[in-house]
Write a protein that binds this ligand. Structure first.
Ligand code: AMP
Ligand code: MG
Length: 431
């Protein structure tokens, strides 16, 4: 068994007391392994799940050439023969689901509706707005349509035998439709990841409990619950654990026994870390990092086991997040999320960054990555601007609720002047 420390020492820039975000991300990504189990679920239950195998198209979609318009289908050779005006006789009708079975001569056409199969030999559709019809005769200008126009080809959407969707994809609305278009009603997906979490701190009170002086309500457990659920991860809430070694040990072991990943908040900053560190080391392989990052400097990361020594019992990946509520969210999205995606079996995509001009001076120290909370908006000319929300203190959770993006200030950057471009990471995605 390679230990985390042995592994980390091979990573460039590994300094646990000032670890660059990129180095932490690289270690975490490497340390995460995908869950192996696969289950087959009905199509609707596959939404937001991770596809476990490629979906190979068993047939062409669409299965037949068909009309893209309401109009008249005919052979394009009729265009070449015609002088200025094409005149054709209507031989019959084809509707979506009701094909025309007969033969079509060069001087004939078939009335077709959108989605109707192209009649045999026909390769072009003239839209109905372009024709003059009298009785069973239609006339239109030869210039009104090009040969092959307004026809969808068989296999245009998906060719038979090709991979319609690749394993590792997180299934969204269009994917459910695509799978249905292949006639497939059951989907192989990875088992859902299971995350256990708890908060640590003697000052924390749960909802419904009275708040004595000096105490605060535990908010992190609820933020963690929501962030995990948005990633379609099963959650196990283990409540608030007091700052006592025995309580912490019991909670960590039972979390490792019942989940793939364990997340805690609080108790990893200097001072507290010593006590947690000694404890965790007895049944885990955990590094205590100070990240070159703001917010979210202290972070514990590694593996814990349900037994009383590393390697004994059931393992779980472990993230000891900082206690401050904003730091919890920032470390979750910037460090933990990627590991959870890898563990879920998902092919991860980099989160898109946009460039926005800062409306204000932003104070920033070179040598750490900062994730400030911002409000981004686009002006009439299409240029993005961003304004930091008020207090950037890592305890001010309202700064997250007011914001619609992170302002990502990279490691090397110093102060930002008004008008200077910065990277932003939008909170919302569409589909
Ligand atoms: P710690 O990392 O345990 O020193 O906590 C840092 C700060 O975050 C302290 O002000 C804590 O009271 C606060 N804090 C820690 N855990 C939570 C929590 N679960 N909910 C809200 N605030 C918390
Ligand atoms: Mg604490």
């Amino acid at each position: 068994m390679t230990t985390l420390n042995e592994f980390s020492n091979c990573v460039a820039q590994y300094d646990p007391h000032a670890l660059p975000v990129t180095a932490a991300q690289a270690i975490v990504r490497q340390w995460a392994t995908p869950v192996a189990a696969v289950e087959r679920v009905p199509l609707h239950d596959a939404l937001d799940r991770v596809l476990a195998e490629d979906i190979v198209s068993p047939s062409d979609v669409p299965a037949h050439d068909n009309s893209a318009m309401d109009g008249y289908a005919f052979q394009s050779a009729a265009l070449a023969d015609a002088s200025a005006t094409v005149e054709l006789t209507v031989a019959g009708k084809a509707l979506a689901g009701h094909p025309f079975g007969g033969a079509v001569a060069l001087t004939q056409c078939v009335r077709v509706m959108t989605g109707a199969c192209m009649p045999a030999g026909c390769d072009t559709v003239v839209p109905q707005e372009r024709v003059t019809r009298s009785g069973e005769t239609v006339q239109f200008a030869a210039s009104a349509v090009r040969g092959g126009a307004n026809r969808r080809l068989a296999g245009e959407d998906l060719a038979r035998g090709s991979a319609a969707l690749r394993a590792g994809r997180i299934l969204r609305a269009s994917d459910l439709g695509l799978i249905a278009s292949l006639g497939i009603g059951e989907v192989p997906v990875r088992r859902r990841l299971r995350a256990a979490f708890f908060s640590t701190g003697d000052e924390l009170r749960s909802l419904g409990e009275p708040l004595e002086p000096g105490c605060v309500y535990d908010s992190n457990r609820h933020t963690l619950f929501a962030m995990l659920r948005r990633m379609n991860i099963d959650t196990l809430d283990l409540g608030v654990v007091r700052d006592q070694p025995a309580a912490l040990e019991a909670a960590l072991r039972s979390a490792a026994a019942s989940a793939d990943v364990v997340l805690t908040s609080g108790g990893v900053s200097v001072g507290e870390a010593d006590f947690t560190k000694q404890l965790v080391q007895t049944f885990g392989d955990v590094a205590f990092w100070t990240l070159a990052m703001r917010p979210g400097r202290p972070l514990a990361f590694g593996r814990v086991w349900s037994g009383d020594r590393p390697g004994l019992g059931l393992p779980a990946l472990f993230f000891g997040l900082p206690g401050n509520p904003v730091a919890v969210m920032v470390t979750f999205y910037q460090i933990v999320r990627e590991a959870l995606l890898v563990m879920s079996g998902a092919t991860s995509q980099p989160v898109p960054l946009l460039q926005a001009a800062s409306r204000e001076v932003i104070r920033k120290r070179a040598g750490r990555t900062e994730y400030q909370r911002g409000v981004a908006e686009r002006d009439a000319r299409g240029q993005w601007h961003v304004t930091p929300t008020g207090s950037q203190s890592s305890g001010v959770l309202s700064s997250m609720s007011e914001a619609n993006c992170f302002i990502v200030l990279e490691h090397e950057r110093a102060d930002v002047a008004p008008g200077e471009n910065v990277d932003i990471m939008l909170f919302d995605g569409l589909i």
